[in-house]
Write a protein that binds this ligand. Structure first.
Ligand SMILES: *Cc1c(COP(=O)(O)O)cnc(C)c1O
Length: 378
């Protein structure tokens, strides 16, 4: 019996995405080995965090780096760094920065980028200042730029930006937000949690001027699920470390252990050394295999599609089902996949589509999914 079966749970084939609820991603052997090795000896944790940070900064072409307990914790610490820096009085005031007269306690962001992850920012006690329309298009940019300039003030701690893929209109471009913020001496925090691949994003956003850029360690990087990266300006990274574990500050509950620190570094080393073109080719082959096998069933159409749900340059198989021909709905098909043996999780698209995402598939699992689909579809 496996470790999950032993607990009465069924392991899942994840053709959905690097979603946290299914376990993010699977760690390659070098990451697991680094974690095991780190577990065998004691070490001064703050020194380890600093040394790992220096190495990750080099590998990702950034000034400095901090390993957080996930991208969401990275957002909290990055915000705390922008609000309080390394000032003991400010640090002690969090999560009530308003108690300190003259404190910078506002974070500006674009309404069209609103996501549940802003909770991690609000946790610091900042006031969120929303600008721009719900859905932004280039025609709105001049007005949004003006709104941004008006919102920036001596109360602004940071501008928060959620990165999307190239093809998505995610609001005013990063470079323009950076220019406006920097003109007022305000840093930009960029949430790029799910923006790997492409590997270049590890340095592209900071090169575009973002002051702190955040990635999930447990998504595309295939590091420990409970890690994240904060990359960027050395003074702000220092402030993250001062407010992070093991220090008694807002980041103390967001512990990153020696195993996660070493595992995260190993994941970055592994990831920057990958043959990314070969990986994309493998994903394309896996997606094409699914399409080829399943689209032969009556009532099914399929194609390989880019980009992924987060706008990444990742191929996925998109299957559409004609319920009238099949005699069963898309949701019924997904339910059977979930309840069957093995359990398979895929992502829905519209009313009649299913995506098969190779990013979280092991080699050969695309065949298991295709066979199971063919079985369900008769
Ligand atoms: C997944 C995600 C996060 C949170 O990442 P964790 O590593 O799970 O904490 C934050 N922001 C965005 C946009 C994400 O997709």
């Amino acid at each position: 019996m496996g470790i999950y079966e032993d607990l009465g749970l069924r392991p899942v084939i994840n053709g959905y995405a690097t979603v946290t609820r299914l376990g993010g991603s699977l760690m390659p052997p070098p990451v697991v080995e680094a974690m095991i090795e780190a577990s065998r000896q004691f070490v001064e944790l703050e020194d380890l965090q600093a040394a790992v940070g220096r190495r990750i900064a080099e590998l990702t072409r950034n000034e400095a780096a901090y390993v957080s307990s996930g991208a969401a914790a990275g957002l909290t610490l990055a915000t705390a760094a922008c609000v309080a820096g390394t000032d003991p009085e400010m640090i002690a005031a969090l999560p009530h920065p308003q108690k300190v007269p003259g404190a910078r306690c506002e974070v500006i962001f674009q309404r069209c980028q609103r996501s549940g992850y802003d909770y991690a920012v609000r946790q610091v006690g900042v006031d969120m200042i929303e600008i721009g329309p719900e859905a932004s298009s280039p025609a709105d940019f001049p007005a949004v730029r003006q709104e941004l300039e008006q919102a920036l003030s001596e109360r602004t701690a940071a501008v928060l930006y959620f990165a999307r893929g190239e093809d998505h209109h995610g609001g005013l471009p990063v470079a323009e937000v950076v220019a406006a913020a920097h003109a007022r001496g305000v840093p930009v925090i960029l949430d790029a949690a799910a923006q790997l691949p492409p590997v270049e994003n590890l340095w592209r956003f900071t090169q575009e001027g973002a002051d702190l850029v955040i990635f999930s360690g447990g998504k595309g990087l295939c590091g420990p699920q409970a890690t994240g990266l904060v990359l960027g300006r050395a003074d702000l990274i220092k402030a993250c470390a001062v407010q992070g574990n093991p220090n008694q500050a807002i980041g103390r509950p967001m512990k990153v252990g020696k195993e996660e620190l070493c595992g995260c570094l190993a994941a970055v080393e592994w990831y920057v050394g990958l043959d990314h073109a070969a990986m994309t080719d493998r994903f394309e082959t896996q997606a094409a295999t699914v399409v080829q096998r399943v689209a032969a069933c009556p009532g099914v159409t399929g194609r390989v599609e880019m980009p992924s749900e987060a706008g990444q340059p990742l191929p996925r198989a998109l299957l559409r089902f004609d319920a009238a021909v099949m005699g069963q709905s898309r949701d019924q098909i997904m339910e059977q996949l979930k309840q069957g043996e093995p359990a398979i999780e895929l992502s829905p698209e519209g009313d009649d589509g299913i995506y098969v995402n190779p990013q979280t598939l092991m080699e050969g699992e695309e065949v298991v999914i295709a066979d199971r689909l063919a079985e369900i579809l008769g």
